[in-house]
Ligand binder design. Structure first.
Ligand code: ATP
Ligand code: MG
Length: 214
């Protein structure tokens, strides 16, 4: 494919990417929310979008099935980032990676006395690194969603999850006790495509960079 393929996920990343696309002169020809198409054309004959799960974006770009993509820092850490350049922090889909516990669980005390913690999370690499740096021993329990449930039914002591407003935590009697890192979405670029399609990609990358509103 001589044109440019950009991998995006539906939902907040797509919505927040539209202004960046507009800045690059790219208008999708339909909305992925209403269309069932997974390949979406644009006003530019040389640019198409593919719609994939948020966690799959780095994989498509790493293997060159997409030249560019937009993925959360959370997703990039779990993926590992091999084969990818990450030239621009887009400052979209912002949230925080947090440790959360049930109300009344004394996290600081558990850490101080060296307790072994059961941690439920979708983000096992991030959690592993965080607790290793703190010197806390953990049993990691991999989940694919609804982490908030785990401490409520005795599956885990704490969770590691993304928090924006804290509404979901509050509704489930959980409280955020520690920030691990702030999260935003990044532009990711296939390293080979960056060389082979440089002239077509560079203006898109620069337009995105110029449209970032931190
Ligand atoms: P799905 O919801 O389809 O299971 P997902 O949770 O991976 O998949 P999204 O919920 O669309 O997909 O999240 C995509 C990205 O948006 C995440 O990787 C993260 O970087 C960011 N994100 C997730 N939750 C929030 C939030 N509450 N506020 C802001 N950004 C968020
Ligand atoms: Mg989600």
């Amino acid at each position: 494919m001589s044109g440019i393929t950009l991998a995006l996920s539906k939902g907040r990343i797509f919505d927040e990417t539209l202004p960046l696309l507009a800045a690059a002169g790219i208008t999708p020809s339909e909305s992925p929310e209403t269309s069932r198409k997974l390949i979406i054309g644009t006003n530019r004959p040389d640019v198409r979008l593919i719609i994939v799960r948020a966690t799959d974006v780095p994989t498509y770009v790493q293997h060159g099935a997409a030249d560019l993509g937009i993925a959360g820092k959370d997703v990039l850490i779990e993926h590992g980032g091999e084969g990818l350049y990450q030239p621009v922090d887009l400052h979209i889909a912002k949230c925080r990676m947090m440790v959360a516990t049930p109300l009344g669980f004394d996290y600081e005390a558990a850490v101080r006395r060296g307790a072994r913690l059961r941690v439920a999370t979708k983000y096992v690499q991030t959690a592993r690194l965080h607790f290793a740096r703190k010197g806390v021993h953990v049993d990691l329990i991999k989940l694919y969603g609804s982490m908030e449930l785990a401490p409520l039914v005795g599956l885990a002591d704490v969770i590691v999850d993304l928090v924006s407003t804290g509404g979901t935590l509050k509704a489930n009697n959980l409280v955020a006790v520690e920030e691990i890192m702030s999260i935003s979405s990044r532009l990711v670029v296939n390293q080979a495509a960056m060389k082979l399609k440089h002239d077509a990609m560079q203006p898109i990358i620069e337009a995105f960079r110029g449209a970032v509103r931190p």
